[in-house]
Design a protein around this ligand. Structure first.
Ligand SMILES: *[C@@H]1O[C@H](CO)[C@@H](O)[C@H](O)[C@H]1NC(C)=O
Ligand SMILES: *[C@@H]1O[C@H](CO)[C@@H](O)[C@H](O)[C@H]1NC(C)=O
Ligand SMILES: *[C@@H]1O[C@H](CO)[C@@H](O)[C@H](O)[C@H]1NC(C)=O
Ligand SMILES: *[C@@H]1O[C@H](CO)[C@@H](O)[C@H](O)[C@H]1NC(C)=O
Ligand SMILES: *[C@@H]1O[C@H](CO)[C@@H](O)[C@H](O)[C@H]1NC(C)=O
Ligand SMILES: *[C@@H]1O[C@H](CO)[C@@H](O)[C@H](O)[C@H]1NC(C)=O
Ligand SMILES: *[C@@H]1O[C@H](CO)[C@@H](O)[C@H](O)[C@H]1NC(C)=O
Ligand SMILES: *[C@@H]1O[C@H](CO)[C@@H](O)[C@H](O)[C@H]1NC(C)=O
Ligand SMILES: *[C@@H]1O[C@H](CO)[C@@H](O)[C@H](O)[C@H]1NC(C)=O
Ligand SMILES: *[C@@H]1O[C@H](CO)[C@@H](O)[C@H](O)[C@H]1NC(C)=O
Length: 453
């Protein structure tokens, strides 16, 4: 993002693309990034990076104790106000107090209050979207039970809901928490429930019973997770490891899902839908009319070997899209072996350039966006950190940031002096195709270099 941001001094030839971007979507850790940038009234990624270097888990047990007491009290007071709480509430408060140390300029905002930020009203920031995965009522909370049939819920400053064919309903974010029956308030309206860190941490709530085992967490990280979880669990009704929300869709009659039968809406980490680690689904909705998605992939798909992406998150989005929007609306993504063998995991690649193999959205002549896939790879720093790593030193942060900068700029153009042009050509491809216009030779050579067909 920094490499595309024209607010930086050492800006690149591609800087300004971020300012031309309409949407910014994130899930899981990505929701923390998107959320932290926007609730601070759209600070630069560099400002956030500098702030994050000041963040640390309090060293002295007195500080730790004080912070954990505040968390317990906050969650208890939500609970005593009549709302069901879960460990996700406490997780959100922990995140709030930890990032609070970083000196970022926000109070304790709601997600809907982003509507009132000056960078939002002046359209300087892209429209932020964060995602979580729904769990069906009456099912096990085991993440391995989640399929593409579980709806992805998107949370924007205006609305919370899902585009999935069984769902297709949205509720007003500002009034989240209001008990509703068939869409009508049962009692008084509730405001303030949509706490930004609560929503960000619902998206980023990968912890569950197996968290320590699944990521082989050791040392300080293990002590931290175990201690934090012990305290976070104090006000945890029903031992829920999931996010518990008052269900705004309770008793809605025109939805083809049983999410309407329960007063509670159960939400999990946004990446739990079959490794869909990149938030493609909100961005491939025809209503949003998007021409290009820039997708960065820091997934650790090859976990157990080396922890690098192998395209799983894109294949998973393809499967969900096939189910929801029809076959071949989303470009075909090669299997993991082909992906790795063809070196698609080491440099940027454009998917879906050639519309011959694509199906337009139902009843339209419109195609899904071109995807500029940017895998995390080692250019100048080995930055394949495990999801279970909690503590990052300033050097890890800066060198990872610069490595990503080098990925997005193709090493400041030294790996490809046409790269800035090629980024521009990626944004123009769908428009060239709509107009059936001749493709400039510069762009033609970019498509030949970067399109996967
Ligand atoms: C960036 O440029 C602005 C305007 O020229 C200047 O005020 C600011 O100090 C510079 N920041 C850094 C970190 O160099
Ligand atoms: C927060 O605001 C203060 C006062 O306007 C400013 O000095 C400081 O640099 C800001 N911090 C960040 C991280 O933007
Ligand atoms: C925006 O600010 C106005 C004025 O302070 C306030 O009345 C309104 O509730 C705010 N909107 C949101 C969504 O927070
Ligand atoms: C809700 O639907 C899901 C998916 O079809 C199913 O697995 C689950 O058992 C249903 N829950 C109830 C309470 O009927
Ligand atoms: C990161 O990748 C390197 C090789 O590219 C490997 O040696 C290392 O074990 C990996 N680290 C993690 C945490 O998986
Ligand atoms: C894969 O791509 C990387 C980065 O562009 C390059 O260094 C490497 O030589 C490529 N490997 C193959 C087998 O093409
Ligand atoms: C698109 O794919 C079709 C069918 O595979 C092929 O005939 C055509 O030449 C391709 N077009 C471009 C621009 O690559
Ligand atoms: C496509 O058009 C048909 C006929 O007008 C209509 O029945 C169907 O609902 C439309 N499908 C979508 C997804 O809009
Ligand atoms: C850009 O410049 C700032 C100082 O203005 C520096 O802190 C930062 O590391 C630079 N970014 C990169 C990627 O080198
Ligand atoms: C590219 O430029 C940035 C910003 O000046 C710098 O931090 C980085 O090291 C450069 N990358 C390479 C590969 O030289």
């Amino acid at each position: 993002m920094a490499a595309l941001d024209n607010r930086l001094n050492n800006s690149t030839k591609s800087s300004g693309l971020l300012q031309a971007t309409d949407y910014l979507a994130g899930l899981s850790g990505g929701a923390w990034l998107v959320g932290s940038l926007v609730i601070s009234d759209w600070i630069t990624p560099e400002t956030l990076l500098q702030a994050m270097t000041k963040m640390s888990f309090p060293e002295s047990s007195l500080d730790t104790w004080g912070m954990l007491m505040k968390i317990v009290l906050d969650t208890a007071s939500k609970n005593s106000a009549g709302f069901q709480t879960s460990v996700t509430d406490s997780w959100g408060r922990l995140f709030h107090y930890l990032t609070g140390q970083a000196g970022l300029n926000y109070t304790d905002p709601t997600w809907s209050s982003i509507q009132n930020l000056s960078s939002f009203t002046s359209h300087e920031m892209p429209f932020p979207i964060i995602l979580s995965t729904t769990l069906f009522p009456g099912t096990s909370f085991d993440v391995s039970q989640i399929t593409h049939g579980n709806s992805q819920l998107e949370m924007t400053p205006y609305e919370v809901g899902s585009w999935d064919s069984t769902f297709r309903h949205f509720a007003n974010t500002e009034y989240l928490g209001t008990p509703l029956d068939a869409g009508k308030p049962v009692d008084q309206c509730v405001k303030g429930y949509d706490n930004a860190h609560f929503l960000m941490c619902t998206s980023g709530s990968i912890f569950n019973a197996d968290f320590i085992g699944a990521f082989n967490i050791k040392g300080w990280d293990k002590v931290f997770v175990e201690t934090a979880m012990k305290y976070l669990e104090i006000v945890n009704q029903g031992e829920f490891q999931v996010g518990m929300f008052e269900n705004p869709f309770y008793k809605m009659s025109d939805m083809k899902t049983n999410q309407t039968i329960s007063r509670g809406l159960y939400l999990y980490d946004g990446g739990f839908d079959q490794s869909q680690n990149i938030p493609f689904i909100p961005l491939i909705q025809p209503e949003r009319e998007i021409d290009l998605i820039i997708a960065t992939d820091p997934s650790t798909d090859t976990l157990g070997e080396t922890g690098w992406p192998n395209g799983q998150s894109v294949r998973s989005a393809q499967a969900k899209s096939d189910l929801e929007l029809g076959d071949r609306v989303f470009p075909r993504i090669p299997d993991a072996d082909t992906f790795l063998n063809q070196n698609l995991s080491h440099q940027p690649v454009f998917f879906g350039c050639n519309t011959t193999g694509l199906t337009p959205y139902t009843n339209t002549t419109q195609y899904s966006p071109v995807i500029l896939y940017m895998p995390m790879t080692t250019l100048t720093y080995v930055s394949n950190f495990s999801t279970g790593k909690f503590f990052y030193g300033a050097e890890d942060l800066y060198r990872t940031y610069t490595n990503a900068w080098n990925m997005m700029t193709r090493s400041n153009g030294t790996d490809d002096s046409n790269w800035d042009k090629c980024l521009g050509c990626a944004t123009l491809l769908r428009e060239f195709q709509r107009r059936d216009s001749d493709i400039p030779s510069d762009c033609q050579s970019c498509y030949e270099a970067y399109c996967y067909n």
